[in-house]
Design a protein. Structure first.
Lengths: 263, 190
């Protein structure tokens, strides 16, 4: 870009005078002065009408957090799902697929994925996110949803593969067999996490997974076993969706409380 | 770093901490600016507080500017203009001999005297400029505003800012050099 002669002369003059003019110092404002000023402004801030708190958009949060799922994670997830798919054989299954490696380990893999994403959320990143308008509890929630969404996609592909490959496998029944525990465990994780803390949330979720994994073998009555497992899957799915909803509401409440405390 | 615009937007949504961060960011620059414009530290303190109060009220009414930095200096300058128009303002009460001195314990007495003289010379030279030129020089050199931001602050075209700044700097250079020459001559004769 061509510069005008006035610009060049101005630049030259500024350079010449910069040092001389910098000697005109004034009284600086100290941190104590700023604190005093803030105390004076407190009255004005308190007098202000409390603005309506906007409802945070979960969709915006979801989009803002999508970057957490980087390509190495995709590769690992695809590899794990492929391995579990080939290790399983739902065509020869009984127990409503509850003994299939795919059904058993997909919920565990998703819990581990959630744990990994929480661990990767380091302190510095957290500090940055704390001063954004996003509520931290809902940030965690949106990350859980991203982990859930990505794994649901991969699980759906595996399920379609099995229903196309082998005859006699009803897609809905196979989907229900692994989606129900996934929703339930993530729902419990989010719910307990928001009420009792992160560590407790993960401990409870992993313990529930272990109990769920071994419990079909403990049902003695073979005639009742399948009916019981089918009913249980429905309850787990409904319970999971319920817990996810309650966690979302709790996240909103925490967000409002944060703002109340700041006022 | 969170931008000024984001801080004020958060404050508008009810986040008081965001406004506190904004005050921490702008207290010192505004205080320095108003001291140089008004040549009175106490008055500058009062007007800094009043500037922030105006900003709070503007934001609460939902009046958020596109660019915050030029806007806050405009608010501060408008307050100065109000003050100059007010009955309380007496030009004669503000002689240059009353300009507060800066103390530096690390410098020798001779250095202190020299610096003080130089400081007074700069203040005198700035004060001889027309108001608008003085404001442009202060915004440019001490507040580090871009020419475009100065244009927005003072609500004048960019070309006019450049012309005024050029004239102001020419005049300052001439006066400061003349002052130095005079001091040297005085030194030689004594």
């Amino acid at each position: 870009m061509k510069r005008e002669p006035l610009d060049l002369e101005l630049e030259q003059l500024e350079k010449e005078l910069a040092e001389t003019l910098s000697r005109y110092q004034v009284k600086p404002a100290s941190a104590e002065d700023t604190q005093r000023l803030l105390a004076e402004l407190e009255g004005e801030l308190d007098r202000s009408p409390s603005p309506l708190l906007p409802r945070p958009s979960l969709w915006r949060l979801f989009r803002s957090q999508l970057h957490i799922y980087k390509w190495p994670l995709w590769m690992i997830s695809i590899a794990v799902f492929a391995m579990l798919t080939f290790m399983s054989d739902p065509s020869r299954s009984s127990l409503k697929y509850a003994n299939q490696p795919f059904v058993l380990f997909v919920p565990l893999f998703i819990l581990v994925g959630a744990l990994f994403h929480f661990q990767a959320w380091n302190r510095e990143m957290r500090l940055v996110e704390m001063i954004t308008p996003y509520p931290p509890a809902l940030l965690i929630y949106s990350r859980l949803l991203i982990v859930l969404g990505n794994n649901l996609c991969l699980g759906l592909i595996s399920s379609l593969y099995w229903t196309l490959r082998a005859e006699g496998i009803p897609l809905s029944a196979f989907l229900l067999s692994w989606i129900a525990p996934v929703f339930f465990l993530l729902g419990v994780l989010a719910y307990v996490m928001f009420w009792k803390g992160i560590k407790t949330g993960f401990v409870v979720a992993f313990m529930l997974w272990a109990a769920w994994a071994v419990h079909p073998a403990l049902i003695g009555d073979l005639a009742l076993r399948e009916t019981f497992l089918l009913a249980e899957q429905f309850f787990l799915l409904l319970g999971g969706i319920g817990f996810m909803w309650l966690s979302y509401k709790k996240g909103l409440t925490l967000y409002r409380l944060d703002h109340l405390l700041l006022k | 770093m969170v931008s000024d615009e984001e801080l004020l937007l958060s404050f508008k949504r009810g986040d008081k901490a965001a406004f506190e961060a904004f005050v921490y960011r702008y207290h010192a620059p505004l205080f320095g600016f108003l001291q140089r414009i008004l040549l009175d530290a106490e008055l500058a303190e009062d007007l800094v507080q009043e500037t922030f109060i105006r900003i709070i009220r503007h934001v609460q009414k939902g009046q958020l500017p596109v660019r915050v930095r030029p806007w806050i200096y405009r608010v501060a300058l408008n307050l100065c203009r109000d003050y100059w128009r007010s009955a309380g303002y007496r030009l004669e009460s503000m002689g240059l001999e009353q300009i507060p001195e800066q103390k530096d314990t690390n410098a020798s007495v001779i250095e202190l005297c020299e610096r003080q003289e130089e400081r007074q010379a700069i203040i005198r030279a700035l004060d001889q400029l027309p108001d608008i030129q003085k404001q442009i020089v202060i915004l440019r050199f001490y507040q580090d505003l871009k020419l475009q931001e100065i244009s927005e602050t003072l609500d004048i075209p960019l070309g006019t800012v450049k012309t005024y700044l050029y004239r102001a700097l020419k005049a300052l250079k001439f006066r400061l050099e003349a002052g130095k020459e005079g001091a040297r001559r005085e030194e030689r004769t004594s």
